[in-house]
Design a protein around this ligand. Structure first.
Ligand code: ES4
Ligand code: ZN
Length: 326
């Protein structure tokens, strides 16, 4: 329909995208062959069948083992470059992409190789696609705070290539406050900050309160459980805090896309955005997420345009660059 074409063509920023979550089965096979790695799955259909998850824990149990095919700087480049070309087709003109260095350094891949490969794709996207791309270093919250801090120290020589830091992986028992010191140091070093507050996690509303009031993040990833606390919603709206929601992802790690919560925040004037999270696993790139939400919640073209404007307002752009997009 016209609305679908509009959703694709509309210029937009993507702000919640895990590079390791863009590993499509075909590329997984190609990288395994190149690196001499034997995979349990023999066909693309086998790989897709292994994407059998119903919640965050079962998703992560598939997600981390798949990364073993990523070994060299070229592999990280090829992964990011494949994503960036798809993003361009989805109307993305600016993207801030998460990467999980600890998922690679913990299995012996040097930090320098990870970031060198990703950086090469970032430069190439600007030159060849006209897409501006930035990297967000994401800490794994089920690792220790000390491991996060030493990863931050390892990243400092590359600070010009990293716009911000985030926090992902298994939230259960790993509250934002665990990483207060790491994030204070990251801010002092000049990084923007964001944290995942995943959907319907135990202690969700307390975690959202911590990221807003104690950590003082620049953005929240997911975070739609905030609707349970109207006073906190008012704070988020007053501060213009961005929320990076991921409707298709939500429908995999919970039983629904949480459209009611997303649309409520949109109607209340909160700076809510739409993103793809792990598109190779959840089967939808960013425009597909706008379309899924629009069709489920009966959104108008004006609503989609507002979501795209929000994406530029919530992006970590200079005022001059932002003004060029909106
Ligand atoms: C993730 Cl869906 C999700 N939740 C938490 N951490 C993640 N890392 C990649 N995808
Ligand atoms: Zn995420």
């Amino acid at each position: 329909t016209d609305l679908r074409a509009f959703a694709r063509a509309m210029p937009k920023a993507e702000l919640h995208l895990h590079l390791e979550g863009t590993l499509e089965p075909e590329l997984k096979f190609a990288l395994a062959a190149r690196n001499g790695i034997a995979l349990a799955e023999k066909t693309v259909e086998d790989v897709v069948a292994s994407y059998d998850f119903t919640d965050l824990t079962s998703f992560l149990a598939v997600y981390y083992p798949a990364m073993t095919v990523l070994q060299t700087a070229d592999d990280f480049h090829d992964l990011a470059w494949a994503y960036l070309q798809k993003a361009r087709e989805q109307g993305v003109v600016h993207v801030e992409m998460f990467f999980d260095p600890q998922a690679h350094t913990s299995r012996g891949v040097p930090f320098a190789d990870v970031i060198a490969g990703y950086r090469r794709a970032v430069v190439r996207a600007q030159d060849e696609l006209g897409v501006s791309a930035e990297l967000i270093l994401c800490f794994l919250r089920d690792f220790t705070a000390e491991h996060a801090m030493s990863t931050l120290m390892e990243a400092l020589p590359y600070r010009a290539w990293i716009i911000g830091v985030g926090l992902d992986s298994d939230e259960r028992g790993n509250p934002p406050a665990k990483f207060a010191e790491v994030f204070a140091r990251a801010k002092a070093e000049g990084f923007f900050t964001t944290m995942h507050c995943d959907i319907d996690q135990p202690g969700s509303i307390e975690h959202i309160r911590q990221v807003i009031e104690e950590i003082g993040v620049d953005r929240i990833d997911h975070g739609t459980n905030i609707v349970e606390d109207p006073a906190l919603v008012a704070v988020a709206r007053e501060r213009g805090l961005g929320f990076t929601t991921c409707p298709v992802s939500n429908s995999f790690v919970t039983e629904e896309m949480k459209a009611d919560e997303i649309v409520q925040l949109l109607r209340e004037g909160v700076r809510v955005t739409v993103n793809s999270d792990d598109p190779a696993y959840f089967g939808g790139y960013v425009a597909d997420n706008y379309i899924a939400l629009a069709e489920h919640a009966d959104l108008s073209a004006a609503d989609l345009a507002r979501l795209a404007i929000n994406s530029f307002e919530a992006a970590w752009l200079t005022p001059a660059r932002r003004a060029a997009y909106i």
